[in-house]
Structures are given as structure tokens and as C-alpha cells.
Design a protein around this ligand. Sequence first.
Ligand SMILES: Nc1nc2c(ncn2[C@@H]2O[C@H](COP(=O)(O)OP(=O)(O)OP(=O)(O)O)[C@@H](O)[C@H]2O)c(=O)[nH]1
Ligand SMILES: [Mg+2]
Length: 431
Amino acid sequence: MTITIVVALLVLIVAVIVGVSRGRGASQLQAPPSKAPGASLPPRPGTSARPPTGQPPPKGGPEAPATGEAKRPGESGTPPPTPPAKGVSAPPAGAIASAPPAAEVKPVVPSAPPASIPAGAKRDVAGLRKGLAAVRGGFVAKLTALFQGKKEIDPAILEQVEEVMLSSDVGPKTTQAILARLRDSLARNELRDSDAVWTALRAEAIRILSIGGGAITCTARPTVVLMVGVNGVGKTTTIGKLATRFTASGKKVLLAAGDTFRAAAVQQLEVWGKRVGSEVVRGKEGADPGAVAFDATTRAKEGTDLLLIDTAGRLHTKAPLMDEIKKIRKTVAKALDGAPHETLLVVDATTGQNALQQALLFKEALDLTGIVLTKLDGTAKGGIVLGICDELRVPVRYIGLGERPEDLREFYADEFVEALFGKGEDEVAAA
Ligand SMILES: Nc1nc2c(ncn2[C@@H]2O[C@H](COP(=O)(O)OP(=O)(O)OP(=O)(O)O)[C@@H](O)[C@H]2O)c(=O)[nH]1
Ligand SMILES: [Mg+2]
């Protein structure tokens, strides 16, 4: 009799446990309705200028067009005309760690990104070389010209190397550091010919750039990414590109329209959202961006893999605007322990030394986890990538080589240096 009662109780307990775990599984799988990719697009957001904000575009170098709307390359504020669903390069295998199966929210330590391409990921030096054609034609071509036809090494050549570096946005501090090491090697008789100097230069570039890099990984569910930067650098476009590639690799992506400053900014993000089939959390025009970020983070806990938060462009020298972004970051952390997991600073490579100033001040205000260096397709300089990594010690995660979704590339130091300084097949054939 007692045994029968015990057995009956055990059966009851097992039945209850099975019932509860099934219920949980079902709620985890229940995804909020998402919009189908390729749904009819709303009219393109206008390129209307940002209302007065007290944020004049920062001064850049001679090529500095990008921080004021009027000077943006391409059709400002609109996603590219190519349909992103086709021909979109998905992140290389292994670039995105799969999310943990449970919907529990766990705080994570930001991943330490690799400096080299992860094993199994596709290497595409030739493609990258094409995207970097402008830098190769400028900065790299000038350096190459110094060594052409010279076998013997004249110490005066280092002065010319210095000139090229300074005029290519490497920055005085980094240039001097590189030259000091080259002079040491020269004094030790280690640089006997131009090939040796070239090899030493490449090694210096790898050394400076190898502080991490590469794709963001969805190590937490949701992984929250806060995108920051000055006006017009490419924050919203980069969010669209990231949303495209993460969606293509099967992740559920949510977008937050944290640029509540102007209606066109929200529309721009919504166009991307429709294209990739991602929901967009938005507030009313002029709403508190922190509140939008908070709502989006709360929503993201309901089964999102990746939340990308857009923010208004802000001048790094304006204290109230920098205070606002710090507040947004704190609000996100209140909504989810450990978030934002990534704070990415977007900088425009064509703004030269100004980009370095932006990066220094944003790093002071926020705990940056990475840099996205956009518009490297539009500058013949490009040395800023060395200056930023050397002075900031914050890894470059992505580079922008155009306006289409597939023009965003993960950054790996060795692949980048090979594409930049290595010889292309055509050059090898011609030699
Ligand atoms: N050539 C080129 N253009 C780019 C790249 N990334 C972004 N753009 C263009 O730069 C312009 C500005 O991009 P947005 O994404 O609107 O910049 P934003 O930082 O969000 O601007 P605000 O929200 O006004 O601060 C657009 O015309 C983009 O298409 C890139 O890597 N290369
Ligand atoms: Mg924007």
C-alpha cells in the first residue's frame, strides 16, 4: 500500500517536471512576428539636413568631408540600391559563435577578438586588396616608390619614409615610434637592403594592428551593441550592414532607433529593418534616446540574438552630448546586466587626424570595445588605422569599403597588412 502511494507520487512529480520543461521550451521558441525581407519599402528617407543642434561638423584634414551632411559621399542617409538579401556575404564560419540555447540572460565578459583570421574562416586577400585600391594607390604606392630600384640602403631614406607616413595620416606619435625602431635596426646592421626595410615596415604594421579585431560574437543572448560616433561617419549604415550579415547567418536581430533627433534618422533605420526583416524599436521624434534604448533592450530579452542600437551623431568636443551618450549606456546596463556587450565607435577614415581626436575623446567617455573604420574606399591615405590602434589600443573590428552591405569587412591584422603591402597577382606577373 505504502509502496503504491510512493510510486504514484513519483509518477506525479515526473509528470509535473516534464510539463513545466515543455512549457519553457515552447515559450523560448515563440518568436515575435517579424517582417518578411523584401517587403515593399517605404519611400526613401530624404537627405534633408539635420536640424540645428549646435553640432558643427568637426574640422578634418584636407580630405575631411564626412562629418557634415553636405559633404557626405554617396546618397546620404539612404541604404544602397542593391537588394541586400542577394549576394550578401555572410560572416565566415566560426566568426559568429552560436548563442546559448536557453533564453536566460547572462552577463558576459566582452570576447577577446582574434588578430588573425579564425581557423576555418575564409581568407580573401584579393577582394580586400580591391577594396583598398585607393590606399594602395596613395600611401602604399608612395612608400613603394621610395624603394624602387634601390638595393643599397641610405639612412636618408628613413626621412622620406617619415614624410610619407605623416602625409598619410599615420600621425606623429606612431610615425616616430615606427621610425625609432627602424633606426635601431639600421644601426644594428639588420636592414641591409630595401627588401629588409620593407619587411621591417610590414612587421611594424602587424605589431601595431595585432591588438585584436574581427567580428563581434553573440556570446550573450541578447548581445547588445551600442553604436556611437560623430555625425555622418556611417553608424546607421554600419548597423544596416551588420543586421544584413547577422540575419543571413540565422540570427534574430533587433534594431533600436536611438537617434530620436530627427525623423529621417528613424526612417533610415526602418528602411534597413524592412530590408533585412528586423523589427525596429522606436520612440516619438524628440523622445529620450535613453528610454528608447531601455525599451529595446527589454524587448531584446524576449528571444533576440543581437540588438543593434543606433545613436545620434554627436560632436566629441560637446560635453552635454558626451554626457548624454554616457547616460544612454548606463540606461542600457540598467535594463540588462552586462549590456552593452559591445560599444563600437564608428570613425570615418577620410577625416584623418580628426578621427584620432574623436576616438581619444570617445574612449575617455565610454568603455569602447572596438572601432569600425568606414570609407577606407574613399581615401588615398589610410594611415589612420595605424595611428588609432597604436594610440588607443582599441581593436578595429570592421572596416567599411563602400556603401553596400557586402562592403563591410571584418578586420584581421595579418589579412589587412597582406592586402595593403603585399604584391597582387598582376604586380607579381609584371615583376
Ligand atoms: N564610400 C563609403 N560610404 C559609406 C561607408 N559607410 C557609410 N557610408 C556613407 O556615408 C553616409 C553617411 O552614413 P550614415 O550611416 O547615415 O552615417 P551616420 O553616422 O548614421 O550619420 P548621422 O546619423 O547623421 O550621424 C551615407 O551616404 C553612407 O552610405 C563606407 O564604408 N564607404
Ligand atoms: Mg545615423
